[in-house]
Structures are given as structure tokens and as C-alpha cells.
Design a protein around this ligand. Structure first.
Ligand SMILES: Cc1cc2nc3c(=O)[nH]c(=O)nc-3n(C[C@H](O)[C@H](O)[C@H](O)COP(=O)(O)OP(=O)(O)OC[C@H]3O[C@@H](n4cnc5c(N)ncnc54)[C@H](O)[C@@H]3O)c2cc1C
Length: 487
């Protein structure tokens, strides 16, 4: 594998202005080290992917539609903080970034369930000592961009919005903020341009490309819970959840001792709340313990700061076109955020691709179809699991049965944990199979226990109860009267 900064890596040439009729064909095509990999999208997955390709020595060119977020005053993202777990950490460690990111994260060892009465009960994620991390999205993205740029063979082109590309020629056209256009061809195009991928649009025109997208009826908005007397207003090492059946609120801690609260609700509920007083009434009914912590004025103001955002689940297959183009991250599989796996899965895409590159000696014509074959079933599974958790987090965590079952799951953790999704790199579809098997075992175990209790009880009733014919009639009458009084 090529290591960073080797002098034999040639620097990329400049992109040519398409307006002048000149199109840059940047691939020398002779050595793989001269091959150009264009990464479209400099978000979380694109920036990390740039590091993976740069380590191999490819000429990496990232094209990001936004300005450089490291210089921007306001960074618009899809959420302020994210839960980073094992898969994401593994990917970061492959590019030497794990410690840097983990040191700026806040461990969350359990979910903390807030009941309507304000009672708080923890539900651990996994075994003792296991935790996920709350990380700042913007800081993570900035750190990855800086890391990518530190490779001499990688260049990030901000303010380059992919407008169109040709599946025949691979020619990409980028729109610049001043209205001008630039065009480029690359040896490989990697689509990391998010849930509404422009690159993916061309896939839709191809025969035998499967695609589905589902908007859930819920939207989300974010509120900030400030520090209280200079400290976190709630216990920091938890992912706080207020489950309220049809909707819920969650809160993740930030390094500045604030919490970012995300309220998930059906759009029609959001739309019914139109004044500050209605916001307070609503919180008084469903999240009374959060009002003094967020603050009445802040609630009235921040609730209307931005409209609620939509959430979409996208599945597609295949992820590649010939040896030319491949989709990764949300561009390939946007998932609803209820398993905290969207970014983690996208980061794992980068590892899986990298491992297949080793297996097939960087031969794109073999690597791309293999990547689709291996990754599609796993990404589709995590999309389904995220949808399932969407129901579980809102409703089941309220139920005593769920909590009882969760405790059983946790006891069985070292054998067959559902949490292998969060704390291992076992393939998502295998994790699902194991989880089904575990559920079957637990349900059968409970059935056996219930049957044992019924049989044992019947035995005791038959053998240990005094024979009814031996009891005098007046005593039976007395016992019946007693029963009536107790009803
Ligand atoms: C509310 C919420 C909470 C979430 N919480 C978690 C969590 O806790 N844990 C987790 O793992 N995941 C979480 N996710 C999912 C996570 O945000 C995504 O999976 C992740 O951002 C995907 O990264 P990406 O790089 O593929 O896409 P994006 O982050 O969307 O980045 C795409 C990039 O491409 C750029 N781009 C778009 N179009 C073009 C174009 N035409 N030309 C050039 N550039 C373009 C964009 O500007 C952007 O920078 C959450 C999502 C939401 C909505």
C-alpha cells in the first residue's frame, strides 16, 4: 500500500474550463498511481473515502458543492451531533484518525428513558464498559477534510456542484458559484453526494437498476439545552430519550456542556403548533421535565427557528456502473436515523471497498461488481433495522414487556447480542439472522417457562388441595362469600 507523502506521487493538473471547449482528461492511464479518482461530495463519507484512496496513492480529487466549512460562519448539516460506534471507529482507525476523533467525543453508556412523571431509568447498550460516542458532526467533517488534504496526492475542490455526468463517457460537469462550468473525466467516480445524490440520477436511466425511496411521516427539529450553573443540565454519559408513542425526543451531549435535543414528530403535529404558548403547552403535556432545562423563552423561540426536516430511506442496487462509477454512504443507502448507523454504515462502506481493492489488486472491473455483491444485502438490512428501531424507540421502550425482554437480551449478550450491530463488525445481515434466532430462543424459553408454571400449578392444585367432597358445605359457602368481598 502506498504511504502518505511519497514523492513519486505526481500532483494533479488543473481542471479545464468547459466553456472554452477544453476538457481535462486527467488520467495518464499507464500506472495505477497516475489514475484519477474523483470523489463527488466532501461530506463525512466523501472526506473519509478521499483518505482511503489517497493512502493507496491514487490522484484524488474531491468535488464538494458547498464552500469550505472550515471557513464558513454557519455550517448547515443534517444534525449537530452524531452517535459514532464500532464500525465508524474501525474505519477511522484505518486512516489513523480514531484517537483524534474519539478524544473529542463523549461516551454514552446507556439510553436514559424519561417517563412522563420525570422518572429516569437507564437501559444499557451492551455489556459493561461498552459505549457509543456523541461526536460533533461539523468538527468530524472538518477533521476529515484536513486529513484528506494532508496527502500531497489529494485535492479538495470546494464550490464545485456536480450538475451532470455521462455514463457513456464518464465526463462530469461542475457548476461554480459564478455560473461558470468545469468538466473532468476520471478513471473512477465515487459518488458520496448524499441522500439526494446527483450522481445516482444517471443510474435511474439504466436498465435493471432497482431503486426505492420512502419518506416517513415524521420530521425532526433540533433544540439546545444549555449548561446549568456551568455543568451539564442532565447526566452527560447517556443518550436521553423521552418516548411518547407517536413521537419522541432524544438528547445527545456536546463538549460545550450543552445537549442537542432532537424532537421527532409527525409533520401534522408540528404544523398544529403555531405559537410560543402552544409550544409550552405541548411540552407541559409530554416533556414537562425538559421545560426548565431548555428554558421557556428558548423553547418559544427555537421551536420556530427552522422548519421540521424530512427523513428519507433510500435503497438501491447495483451500486456501480461497469468499472467507472460506484455509490457509497447516503448516496447508496440513506437510512432513517433511529439506529444511529447511517454514518457508521457509510464509513464501513469505505473499509469494505478498501478490503475488496486488496483482494482484486485494485482492478476496478472486478472490485466494483464484488462491492455491490457484498455490500447491498448489508446496507439493505441496516435500512430495515433502522425502520424497526423507529418504532422501538418511540413505543416499545415504554412497555414493561420490552424492558423485560431487553434485560433477557442483555443477559444473553455474550452469546447472541442484538447489539452486535453497534459493537462489532459482524455483517449487518448476519446480525439480523442471529437476532431472529435469539428472539426465537427467548420466545421458546419463555413458552417453556409458562407451560412449566401452568403444569406445576395444575399439579399442585390437583394433589395438594383438600378434596372438595371432604369440606363441609357451610365452609364452602363461607369461602365463596370471602371471594365476593375481595372482588
Ligand atoms: C437527524 C439525523 C441524525 C443522525 N444521526 C446519526 C447518528 O447518530 N449516527 C450515524 O451513524 N448516522 C446518523 N445520521 C446519518 C448521517 O447523517 C448520514 O448517514 C451521513 O451524514 C452520510 O454521510 P454522506 O457523506 O454519505 O452524506 P452527506 O453527509 O449528506 O454528505 C454529502 C455531501 O455531498 C455534497 N453534495 C451534495 N450534492 C452534491 C453535488 N451535486 N456536487 C457536489 N457535492 C454535493 C453535500 O454538500 C455534502 O457535503 C443522522 C441523520 C440525521 C438526519
Amino acid at each position: 500500500m502506498q504511504t502518505r507523502g511519497r514523492s513519486r506521487v505526481p500532483q494533479c493538473g488543473a481542471i479545464q474550463q468547459a466553456g472554452g471547449g477544453r476538457v481535462a482528461m486527467e488520467s495518464a492511464g499507464t500506472s495505477s498511481r497516475d489514475q484519477v479518482v474523483a470523489v463527488v461530495g466532501g461530506g463525512l463519507v466523501g472526506a473519509l473515502n478521499a483518505c482511503f484512496f489517497a493512502r493507496r496513492g491514487f490522484q484524488v480529487k474531491v468535488f464538494e458543492s458547498r464552500e469550505d466549512i472550515r471557513n464558513a460562519e454557519i455550517v448547515r448539516g443534517r444534525s449537530i451531533n452524531l452517535a459514532l460506534s464500532h464500525r465508524g471507529r474501525q474505519a477511522l482507525s484505518r486512516v489513523g484518525m480514531e484517537e483524534k476523533i474519539v478524544s473529542k467525543g463523549i461516551p454514552m453508556h446507556a439510553r436514559m428513558i424519561h417517563s412522563l412523571s420525570g422518572k429516569q431509568s437507564p437501559i444499557p447498550y451492551g455489556k459493561k464498559g461498552q459505549y457509543i460516542l456523541s461526536v460533533d458532526r461539523a468538527n468530524l467533517n472538518k477533521a476529515l477534510l484536513t486529513e484528506a488534504e494532508s496527502y500531497p496526492n489529494a485535492k479538495i475542490n470546494f464550490d464545485h456542484k456536480l450538475e451532470d455526468w455521462s455514463t457513456d463517457t464518464g465526463l462530469m460537469t461542475f457548476l461554480r458559484p459564478d455560473g461558470s462550468k468545469e468538466s473532468l473525466k476520471a478513471d473512477l467516480i465515487v459518488g458520496c453526494d448524499g441522500a439526494f445524490s446527483t450522481l445516482r440520477k444517471q443510474f435511474l436511466r439504466l436498465s435493471r437498476f432497482n431503486y426505492s425511496q420512502t419518506y416517513i411521516p415524521h420530521g425532526y427539529l433540533e433544540l439546545t439545552m444549555p449548561p446549568l450553573a456551568g455543568e451539564f443540565a442532565m447526566k452527560p454519559n447517556f443518550l436521553h430519550i423521552w418516548p411518547r408513542n407517536t413521537f419522541m425526543m432524544i438528547a445527545l451531549p456536546n463538549l460545550d456542556k450543552t445537549f442537542t435535543c432532537t424532537l421527532f414528530m409527525p409533520f401534522d403535529v408540528f404544523e398544529k403548533i403555531t405559537s410560543g404558548d402552544q409550544v409550552i403547552d405541548f411540552f407541559q403535556t409530554y416533556f414537562p421535565d425538559a421545560i426548565p432545562l431548555i428554558g421557556v423563552d428558548a423553547l418559544k423561540r427555537d421551536y420556530f427557528r427552522l422548519p421540521a426536516q424530512a427523513m428519507v430511506s433510500v435503497k438501491c442496487s447495483p451500486y456501480h456502473i461497469n468499472d467507472k462509477c460506484v455509490l457509497m454512504g447516503d448516496a447508496a443507502h440513506a437510512v432513517v436515523p433511529f439506529y444511529g448507523q447511517g454514518m457508521n454504515a457509510g464509513f464501513e462502506d469505505c473499509i469494505v471497498f478498501d478490503e475488496i481493492m486488496d483482494q482484486y489488486n485494485e482492478d476496478f472491473s472486478a472490485v466494483l461488481p464484488e462491492y455491490t455483491r457484498v455490500r447491498v444485502p448489508d446496507d439493505h438490512t441496516i435500512a430495515d433495522l433502522a425502520m424497526y428501531n423507529y418504532v422501538e424507540m418511540r413505543a416499545h421502550v415504554n412497555s414493561k414487556w420490552f424492558r423485560f425482554r431487553k434485560n433477557l437480551d442483555n443477559i444473553l449478550h455474550f452469546l447472541l447480542p442484538k447489539t452486535i450491530v453497534t459493537f462489532t463488525r459482524i455483517r449487518y445481515h448476519e446480525a439480523l439472522q442471529r437476532w431472529h434466532w435469539q428472539n426465537k430462543v427467548i420466545n421458546r424459553g419463555l413458552l417453556v417457562c409458562a407451560a412449566g408454571t401452568v403444569l406445576g400449578g395444575s399439579y399442585l392444585l390437583i394433589n395438594k388441595t383438600p378434596k372438595i367432597s371432604n369440606i363441609p358445605m357451610e365452609k364452602i359457602w363461607d369461602r365463596l362469600l370471602l371471594l365476593k368481598v375481595w372482588q
